[in-house]
Design a protein around this ligand. Structure first.
Ligand SMILES: Cc1cc2nc3c(=O)[nH]c(=O)nc-3n(C[C@H](O)[C@H](O)[C@H](O)COP(=O)(O)OP(=O)(O)OC[C@H]3O[C@@H](n4cnc5c(N)ncnc54)[C@H](O)[C@@H]3O)c2cc1C
Length: 372
C-alpha cells in the first residue's frame, strides 16, 4: 500500500485513534471534524484492559493513566443497597496495570487529539464534506470551506448517525432505540468508592471513579420512544427516576442540582451485517456497530477497529483484500459486544429472562483477552 493521504471523517475516539495509528505507520492523514472545537464538557466512560493494551502500543499509556482512575474491583448491590457480591477483575494487560479505568471523555479526547496533532495529522475542525467523488485511483473531496483535496481512501469514523455510511449504504438499517435512556452526572468521589459500584433492581445504575476527587453516577430508565429531554428540567427528571433506587444512590442525589450538568441519552444501536466498505470508503466504530454501554466496550471496539485497520492498510494486497481482512478480524468480536450489551438491557427491561449478565461478562473478558 502506498502512503498517500488518507481522509478520516470524524474526530471522535475512533477517528483520532486511527489517525494516530496511521501516522505511526507513515501514512499522511487529514482528519475532518464537524464540531468547531473539541468538546469542553462531558461525563466519563469505563474502559477495560484491552484499551490499556492499545494505549501502551500507541505510546500514550502514561498520559492516559495520569488522567484516569484505575481499578480492579466491582461491587454489586440490590435495590435495598445490600451487597450481593464483589469481584476483582484480572489484570489482563499486565500485572502492573489496572483491569479497568474510569476516564472523562474530555481527557480521553484531549490525549488522543494531542497525540494525533504531535504526529502531524492535518486536523480540520468545523469542517465537513460538501461532496466527494470516487475515481479509479482515489477520491476527490470538496470541503465545506470550499477547499479541495485528493485522497487514496476515506475512513468514515463519524459515529452512529454516520453520513458516510448513509452515502455508501443508503439501504442499510438505521439506528434503533432500545427502550432505555442513561442519565449521568459528575460528582465528588467519596473515599470509599475505589471501584465500580453497580446497583440492580427496579432502578439499575452505578458509580464510577474518574479521579482522586471525582466520580460519575449513572442511572438507566425505561422511556417511551417519543420521550424528549427538557434540559431545563433535567435535575427534576433525574430525581423522579431515582425514587426507587438503592439508598446509596438516593443519598447522592443531593449533588444533582445543575440542569446543564445532567447528561442524558437514549440508547441506540446499529450493526452492519454486510460489508463494512464500498470501493475506497471504509467504516469503523459506531458508524458500523454502535452498542449500548452495558459491557462498557463501545469505545474499546472503535479503538481496536482503528488499530486493526491501520495494521491491514500497512500490509499487502489491494484495497478490496485489505478492507475484507479488516472486517473479518473485527466482525465476531464487535458482534459479541453489540448483541450481548443489548441482551443485558433487555433483561433489565424484563423483555428477556434467559440472560445471565455474569456469564456474559465472563465471556466478554475471555474474548477481550484474545489478541486483536
Ligand atoms: C450513554 C453512553 C455511554 C457509553 N459508555 C461507554 C463506556 O462506558 N465505555 C465504552 O467503551 N463505550 C461507551 N459508550 C460507547 C462509546 O461512546 C462509543 O462507542 C464511541 O464514542 C464510538 O466512537 P466513534 O469514534 O466511533 O464515534 P463518536 O465518538 O460518536 O465520534 C464521531 C465523531 O464524528 C463527528 N462527526 C459526525 N458526523 C460528521 C461529519 N459528517 N463530518 C465530520 N465529523 C463528523 C462527531 O462530531 C464526532 O466527533 C457509551 C455510549 C453511550 C451513548
Amino acid at each position: 500500500m502506498n502512503k498517500d493521504n488518507i481522509l478520516v471523517v470524524g474526530g471522535g475516539i475512533g477517528g483520532l485513534t486511527v489517525s494516530i495509528a496511521l501516522r505511526r505507520k507513515g501514512f499522511s492523514v487529514t482528519l475532518i471534524e464537524r464540531e468547531p472545537e473539541w468538546p469542553a464538557t462531558g461525563v466519563g466512560i469505563i474502559q477495560q484492559f484491552n484499551v490499556l493494551r492499545v494505549m501502551a502500543d500507541m505510546d500514550i499509556l502514561d498520559d492516559y493513566l495520569a488522567n484516569s482512575y484505575g481499578f480492579d474491583e466491582t461491587h454489586c448491590f440490590n435495590s435495598q443497597g445490600e451487597s450481593i457480591f464483589s469481584f476483582s477483575s484480572p489484570r489482563l494487560a499486565g500485572e502492573e496495570l489496572p483491569s479497568n479505568v474510569g476516564v472523562s471523555r474530555i481527557s480521553l479526547q484531549n490525549i488522543l487529539a494531542n497525540k494525533a496533532t504531535e504526529l502531524g495529522t492535518d486536523i480540520r475542525l468545523g469542517t465537513v464534506l460538501d461532496h466527494w467523488q470516487e475515481k479509479t485511483d482515489g477520491i476527490d473531496a470538496v470541503f465545506s470551506d470550499g477547499s479541495r483535496d485528493s485522497f487514496l481512501l476515506m475512513i468514515g469514523a463519524d459515529g452512529i448517525f454516520s453520513s458516510t455510511r448513509r452515502a455508501i449504504f443508503p439501504h442499510a438499517p438505521e439506528p434503533h432505540y432500545t427502550g432505555q435512556w442513561v442519565w449521568r452526572y459528575n460528582m465528588p468521589r467519596p473515599e470509599e468508592i475505589k471501584g465500580i459500584h453497580l446497583f440492580y433492581g427496579r432502578v439499575n445504575g452505578g458509580l464510577t471513579p474518574l479521579s482522586s476527587g471525582l466520580m460519575y453516577l449513572f442511572m438507566l430508565s425505561e422511556e417511551p420512544e417519543d420521550f424528549r429531554l427538557d434540559q431545563r428540567q433535567a435535575c427534576a427528571m433525574l430525581h423522579r427516576r431515582s425514587r426507587d433506587a438503592a439508598p446509596q444512590i438516593q443519598q447522592l442525589m443531593k449533588f444533582v442540582h445543575d440542569d446543564l450538568e445532567v447528561v442524558a441519552k437514549p440508547l441506540q444501536v446499529i450493526f452492519i451485517e454486510g460489508p463494512w466498505h464500498k470501493g475506497r470508503v471504509v467504516l469503523l466504530g459506531d458508524a458500523v456497530h454502535a452498542s449500548t454501554p452495558h459491557l462498557a466496550q463501545g469505545a474499546g471496539m472503535a479503538i481496536e477497529d482503528a488499530i486493526v485497520l491501520a495494521d491491514e492498510l500497512s500490509g499487502s494486497g489491494d484495497l478490496e483484500e485489505v478492507f475484507s481482512r479488516y472486517r473479518q478480524r473485527r466482525f465476531e468480536r464487535c458482534r459479541f459486544v453489540n448483541i450481548n450489551s443489548r441482551a443485558i438491557g433487555d433483561m433489565q427491561m424484563g423483555t428477556r429472562n434467559d440472560v445471565d449478565p455474569g456469564e456474559i461478562n465472563r465471556q466478554c473478558l475471555t474474548l477481550m483477552a484474545e489478541p486483536i
